[in-house]
Design a protein around this ligand. Structure first.
Ligand SMILES: Cc1ncc(COP(=O)(O)O)c(C=O)c1O
Length: 405
């Protein structure tokens, strides 16, 4: 079949594929535990559900302005003022189908073929693929010290005359690391001075633990909304656990938003109005859902850390935010794809190979699920890998005996 070379070169999303594998196994009655996907178990905030449902029952579900309903934009402007201490106008805002579409539209709008976009490892799997879809080149900066983010100097070294943008994602998927204010401040100053776009993927911004209060990128610039090089991406997926609503937004200078709006108009037209009003409902409703979600996830993180500390050989770094831990399993295997497949086959636990994020030898474990699942998943992984653990285990009501070591 004669298909586009570019399209054929785009990798499948490993997290969505693993999620699908888990769903199929579960449908067959297998007691799978999914530590692959990053979505919490909570129900969407009630205000989001009521507003979305009211819109559907009204029957008024038509195209909206491409860049979003004025009322949703108003709620986003208020969120931006409260979170970033920055008053933006409606022309600086565009709502899209999730942060993923925001990132695609931004990169499609910014990049000419062969432009370079700098990505810091470990990175979210979709960045390099989206960059390549926009015919640009991902330049990956891997921390020399093997840590969870490169130093400022290492990032600067990767910048050249073709660099169009740098993407920063903090708190970070997959590592759970929160970049220091000093690092973010230096990156902002560097990009504003050099005229390089700095895309701040702030999708996990409110999911930080232990009282950490990282400053937003906007705290480090005096440039106004039109001259700034900062582009902010946000959304309801992780903030409220509303992953399936598919609403994200971009804050950027108005010329960029204007062109992004044309791009969106020729592709998806607009976000469904029912989902837009649901997102607005979440943003204007009571905000204690955000804190209660954060506390639940922080507690999950603590449970996962406690369980993993008793796992021989694995090396841990405590996540400071997000729902993910990137755990070093090199004591068991340097091949994270093989290890992840082994754990799925033997222990029915879904993990995501670190290789997908530029961190071979690691597995990304999501702690967005329940405490019980986390405890059981670690017990199963220990049984599958650690010869000092008991060699019998129950998976659901099936007793299994380890016979491979
Ligand atoms: C770092 C990062 N950015 C963006 C997204 C996409 O968010 P959305 O579901 O709003 O498209 C994700 C989803 O996992 C993510 O981890």
């Amino acid at each position: 079949m004669s298909l586009s070379q570019l399209a054929r070169s785009i990798a499948e999303s490993p997290t969505l594929r693993l999620n699908e594998e888990a769903r199929i196994l579960r449908e067959k009655g297998e007691p799978v535990i999914n530590l692959g996907i990053g979505e919490p178990k909570n129900k969407a905030p009630i205000n989001a559900i009521l507003q979305g449902a009211a819109r559907l029952t009204s029957g008024d579900v038509k195209y909206t302005p491409t860049d979003g309903l004025p009322s949703l934009k108003k709620a986003i402007i208020r969120y931006t003022e409260e979170t970033y201490d920055r008053l933006v106008s409606p022309e600086n805002v565009i709502a899209s189908d999730g942060a993923k579409q925001c990132l695609f539209n931004i990169l499609f709008t910014l990049c000419n073929p062969q432009d370079e976009v700098v990505v810091l490892a470990p990175y979210w799997v979709s960045y390099p693929e989206i960059i390549r879809m926009c015919q640009a080149i991902p330049v990956i900066v891997t921390p020399e010290d093997g840590g969870f983010h490169p130093r400022f100097e290492e990032v600067v070294r990767a910048v050249g005359s073709n660099t169009k943008a740098i993407i920063l994602n903090s708190p970070n998927n997959p590592s759970g690391a929160v970049y220091s204010d000093d690092f973010v401040g230096r990156m902002v100053e560097f990009c504003e001075t050099k005229g390089i776009y700095l895309i701040l993927d702030d999708i996990y911004q409110k999911l930080v633990f232990d009282g950490l209060r990282p400053k937003p990128g906007t705290a480090f610039t005096r440039a106004d909304s039109e001259s700034t090089k900062l582009i902010i991406v946000n959304g309801v997926a992780k903030l409220y656990g509303m992953t399936g609503f598919r609403v994200g937004w971009t804050i950027a200078p108005r010329e960029l938003v204007r062109v992004m709006t044309n791009v969106q108009a020729q592709t998806t037209s607009c976000v469904s109005p029912a989902m837009q009003v649901a997102a607005e409902g979440a943003l204007v409703g009571v905000q204690n859902v955000v804190e209660s979600l954060r506390l639940t996830i922080q507690n999950n993180r603590d449970v996962l850390m406690q369980e993993l500390r008793t796992f021989n050989g694995v090396k841990l770094r405590k996540p400071e935010g997000t729902f993910y831990a990137l755990v070093d399993f090199r004591a068991y295997s340097n091949n994270s794809v093989e290890l992840s497949n082994f754990l799925l086959k033997k222990a029915l636990v879904v993990t995501v190979p670190g290789k997908e994020f530029g961190m071979e030898g690691h597995l990304r474990l999501s702690f967005a699920g329940t405490v019980k699942e986390l405890q059981e998943a670690v017990a199963r992984m220990k049984w599958a890998l650690d010869p000092t653990s008991a060699n019998e285990i129950y998976l659901g009501d099936r007793k299994l005996v380890r016979d491979w070591m």
